[in-house]
Design a protein. Structure first.
Length: 153
């Protein structure tokens, strides 16, 4: 049996998940990184993306959509994130609507002469689109979970 370690996902509203994990794979600012028991201490900024982890004794991965935050890895692993959602909790039509509204806003603002304030606002709208796309991607995991999940080797 693989070694395990305590793992928690914490949002501003609640402890989203708490349990024992064999492996955690999170999207950092430099790409996906995996963490297992005995990993060197690390503290990394997280990007909006798909989080997946395997619980102790399971062959299946669990998935969640997260948006930014950081992971602190020591003897345990803690993820502090702005939002976290399981695939079955995601309202795909709301994510699609948000993506469409943000894209319409971007399309209506020409980028030939950008002030620093507008550049920041454009970045906020692009991040919102990224969150909507991520939520839609993770929502697609709902079908996989009902069919027994996805195995990774």
């Amino acid at each position: 049996m693989a070694k395990t370690f305590p793992f928690k996902i914490i949002t501003p509203e609640k402890c989203f998940y708490s349990g024992e994990a064999e492996i955690v794979i999170a999207r950092t600012l430099t790409g996906d990184e995996g963490y297992m028991a005995g990993h060197a201490w690390a503290c990394k900024l997280l990007d909006t993306g798909e989080l997946w982890f395997r619980e102790a004794g399971s062959k299946e991965f669990r998935y969640a959509a997260i948006s930014s935050g950081f992971i602190d890895v020591r003897e345990d692993a803690l993820i502090f994130t702005d939002t976290a959602e399981w695939p079955g909790e995601i309202d795909v039509s709301r994510a699609e609507k948000q993506q469409q509204l943000e894209q319409e806003w971007l399309d209506s603002h020409p980028i030939d002469k950008i002030s620093p304030e507008l550049a920041l606002e454009i970045q906020v709208h692009k991040q919102s689109i990224n969150r909507a796309l991520n939520r839609k991607k993770v929502a697609g995991r709902k079908a996989e979970e009902s069919g027994g999940g996805r195995q990774r080797h």
